[in-house]
Design a protein around this ligand. Structure first.
Ligand code: ADP
Length: 823
């Protein structure tokens, strides 16, 4: 669950404003029953048979009297009666639906008008208003039709109340539903200085936060959410707001430099829990012709308890004097832990305008216990005072979890055993070798669950978005149970697994069958490196953290005298900067011997690769600990984040060009018969002017943990990028890199908005692999991305996923073909 939740956080980061509001419209469970009776309450009820729990839209099981009906007599003005829904966690609510009383067609009551109130903490309530300030919503005209109303602006809340607007002459009854999705940002409120007014050529432009739901005092706004979280982001030209036909500047909240002597605006963000923050995205205007620019620098401070931590994170976005398009600026937050963040945004011009702020984070591991308590029905907002009770509950949760896991494992084993027996009986009738047939049937015979278990039988919308299938499987162990297969799985068993292992020995062992290691590549991998020079580490000056990898942190550093240090062959074209900016990857101090060896091997591999589309290793610091490798700095980070965040028109025009560069880098690797094994956008880096270089000659990384498939804490495999023969046979060849290239191309053309096969669980992905082997037409291919030219999909992408590895194109062909489609 935990893993899935974090993984799906990214899904809320949708690149188009309207998309958030359009996509996030799932019924939240009044009709479907996911909202429990005890979470539906009311200020009063006319009778037991019209209690709150009967207020579910489209729902009349004959049990109650067909709706919730308040006791209007209890309140003289009848205006305070409400039906309340507790969603148990913060939700982004975009739509509400109402209906009158059914009572087997006998009902006569309905609410013609109503208001909505909401609360995030259950104690302070806000009356919802539309963008023009109107509170009353037009409701039903009869008892049976469902009337849906868009909430514009949407609500971010845990509790929502419906208040029928009525007078004493009317009886009203309601059935309701809420639509939206879970609010995974966890942001409870932000506090900002009040927005300012600009006069532009005689026109009044208002940059106030017009839908802020907190309090205003002393020219600041506190404890609320508003336009910065309404899922709508501003147009390039801030004077226009065509969506809602409001006043000029409506979409933005903005400030004038003149009013801030310190040169920055401070925004304070408060969250529901302690979280690990990976990044913050700020949607900003960059209309520099009108004195508006992106912020020059942002410094964020973090607080988990009562004190602000001393070491803030600072980030400077690249200044853009070319395009005036508004955009999201992604601010890496370095996995910092906090429940509150305060960020100082420094002006770089007269004005700074923001229209949206979003956070990417995961819950802290200790939140797992809290989540478990939620599962057990405990309310995490109510503190368990007695620490013994806490321990006891913790133990109980642990015991239940262990028992549950054991039962699941036992059941799985039995199921697998049966399937394997079946498979071995039918072993001779297939076209490949006997061992191939056996193992693949082991996977494929389980195919039926692909469409049923997690997909079509589920009528819960939530399950459709968050499939709750098993996270972890151990296929290699199960396959090994077959005597016929025991021998052939040695390479999976004896040899180290992909992720934890020596990439070189895997390179050799898995390619035995295909003889893909030539003399040239053997020299490449076996010789000890003499050309890589030791750089004096005191000449490195730390600038900022760029990311975190498998081995440790990656830092941006200034390397004093690096240009002179590099021989001509290595020097970086087009830059004479001194000191030179470089990326320094450091092996963490507590790394074990294996990690140390892997790190040195990555150095050895990289030191021999020279290609414009392969990241260049410049120097190393290996004489003393900690071991460092110094590579060229790619200022736009990895391609996955880049595409996801820089989702602009300009970027879209370069997608195929980027793919061409990756194909070119891979062409070079294939000329050396070098198999990368982990080609994916997360492993490509982006430099200036959309330059792409392939990186990561090591292994899996932490940042994208969700992309890898973990087998009982041992091997970690990027299964969604792997060919069927890599998964089933452990066979990695150039042709399996071609398969991964097809997936990478798919990622690029979908702008990395979702993971490949995001609707399939890991287990289902493996099942699908079995279908590729069986080739009965049941295999599922990644769909054509909307902006992918037909030809690229049918002639290139699909050809990368051909079952017969020999029929897949070579990188040379791919490169030529992509170049052609570019022309
Ligand atoms: P690992 O391979 O050990 O998982 P990486 O080398 O991929 O770690 O580094 C982790 C992150 O650091 C990357 O995702 C990227 O954002 C950043 N990074 C790594 N190398 C560079 C570089 N040369 N230039 C810019 N950013 C980099």
């Amino acid at each position: 669950m935990y893993v899935l939740k974090i993984h799906h956080l990214r899904k809320t980061w949708i690149s188009d404003a309207l998309c958030v509001l359009e996509i996030c419209r799932y019924p939240l469970g009044m009709t479907g029953g996911q909202i429990q009776d005890e979470d539906i309450s009311a200020s009063s009820q006319w009778s037991e048979s019209t209690a709150a729990r009967f207020g579910r839209l489209d729902f009349d099981n004959g049990d109650g009297d067909g709706a919730w009906c308040p006791d209007v007599a209890s309140e003289p003005d009848g205006l305070k009666e409400y039906l309340q829904v507790d969603l148990r966690s913060l939700h982004f609510v975009t739509l509400v639906g109402t209906q009158g009383r059914h009572a087997d067609g006998m009902g006569k009551e309905y609410a013609q008008r109503y208001r909505v109130q909401y609360s995030r903490d259950g104690s302070s309530w806000v009356g919802w208003k539309d963008r023009k300030g109107r509170q009353v919503i037009e409701g039903n005209r009869n008892t049976y039709d469902v009337v849906l109303k868009d909430l514009e602006p949407p609500i971010i809340a845990r509790f929502v109340r419906f208040l029928p607007v009525t007078d004493l002459s009317q009886f009203v009854c309601m059935r309701v539903e809420l639509y939206g999705c879970e609010w995974l940002d966890g942001l409870m409120s932000y506090s900002i200085p009040e927005g300012h007014q600009m006069i532009y050529r005689g026109l009044d432009v208002f940059f106030n936060d017009s839908v802020y739901d907190g309090v205003s005092a002393d020219r600041s706004e506190f404890t609320g959410l508003g336009q910065l979280t309404d899922g709508t982001w501003g147009l390039d030209d801030f004077l226009h707001s065509h969506v809602y036909a409001m006043w000029p500047g409506y979409d933005y909240v903005g400030w004038s430099n003149k009013s801030f002597p310190k040169g920055y605006v401070e925004i304070f963000f408060e969250f529901d829990h302690v979280r690990n923050f990976t990044s913050m995205k700020v949607h900003c205007s960059n209309m520099f012709s009108r004195g508006v620019k992106l912020f020059r620098q942002v410094t964020c401070f973090f607080r988990s308890g009562s004190e602000w931590e001393a070491d803030p994170v600072t980030f400077r976005p690249a200044e853009d004097r070319v395009t005036q398009a508004s955009r999201f600026v992604a601010v890496p937050l370095g996995d910092r832990t906090a429940s509150a963040i305060k960020c100082r945004f420094h002006f770089s011009d007269l004005w700074m305008l923001f229209s949206e702020v979003a956070f990417q984070s995961g819950l802290k591991p200790h939140m797992l216990l809290t989540l478990s308590l939620v599962v057990l029905g405990e309310d995490p907002t109510h503190k368990v005072d007695d620490s013994n009770t806490r321990i006891l509950i913790g133990c109980l949760v642990a015991i239940i979890a262990i028992l549950f896991t054991i039962i699941v494992i036992i059941l799985w084993r039995q199921v697998w055993q049966k399937m394997l027996e079946k498979a071995s009986r039918r072993m001779l009738d297939d076209e490949l070798t006997a061992r191939l047939a056996v193992q693949t049937r082991a996977f494929s015979s389980h195919h039926s669950s692909l469409s049923s278990e997690c997909g079509s039988t589920s009528n819960s919308t939530y399950e459709r978005i968050f499939p709750l299938c098993a996270d972890y499987q151990e296929p290699s162990r199960l396959i090994r149970k077959l005597p016929e297969f025991a021998q052939s799985t040695e390479h999976l068993d004896g040899a180290p697994h992909y992720a934890e292992a020596d990439i070189i020995s895997l390179q050799e062992s898995s390619d035995n069958s295909s003889n893909s290691i030539t003399a040239a590549s053997m020299t490449l991998f076996s010789s000890t490196d003499s050309s890589m020079r030791e750089f004096p580490r005191q000449k490195l000056t730390f600038k900022e953290k760029l990311g975190e990898g498998q081995f440790g942190e990656v830092h941006l550093c200034e390397a004093d005298g690096m240009q002179d240090f590099l021989d001509e062959d290595l020097s970086i074209e087009g830059t004479n900067e001194s000191p030179l900016l470089v990326a320094v990857k450091t092996l963490r101090e507590d790394a074990n011997k294996n990690a140390r060896n892997d790190f040195l091997k990555e150095i050895r591999i990289m030191s021999r690769l020279r290609d414009p589309n392969i990241v260049r290793l410049l120097a190393v610091c290996v004489d003393t600990d900690p071991l460092c490798m110094i590579t060229e700095y790619m200022e736009n980070g990895d391609l996955n984040q880049f595409l996801f965040v820089e989702n602009t028109k300009e970027t879209s025009q370069h997608l195929i060009g980027m793919a061409v560069q990756i194909a070119s880098g891979m062409k070079y690797l294939s000329s050396l018969n070098f198999v990368h094994r982990d080609l994916a956008t997360r492993n490509c880096l982006v430099g200036r002017n959309f330059t792409i270089k392939i990186a990561d000659f090591g292994m899996s990384r932490n940042l994208y943990r969700g992309d890898y498939y973990r087998i009982q804490g041992r091997a970690v495999l990027p299964i969604r990028w792997m060919s069927w023969e890599s998964i089933l046979l452990g066979k990695f060849t150039m042709a399996s890199d071609v398969w991964a290239f097809g997936v990478t191309l798919w990622e690029i053309l979908t702008l990395c908005e979702e993971q490949p096969y995001s609707q399939l669980s890991d287990e289902q992905v493996i099942e699908n692999t079995g279908e590729f082997f069986r080739d009965h037409g049941k295999q599922v291919y990644l769909p054509k991305p909307p902006c992918c030219p037909d030809k690229v999909y049918t002639e290139l992408m699909l050809s990368c996923w051909r079952r017969n590895a020999k029929q897949r194109p070579s990188f040379q062909e791919i490169h030529a073909q992509l170049n052609e489609s570019l022309a």
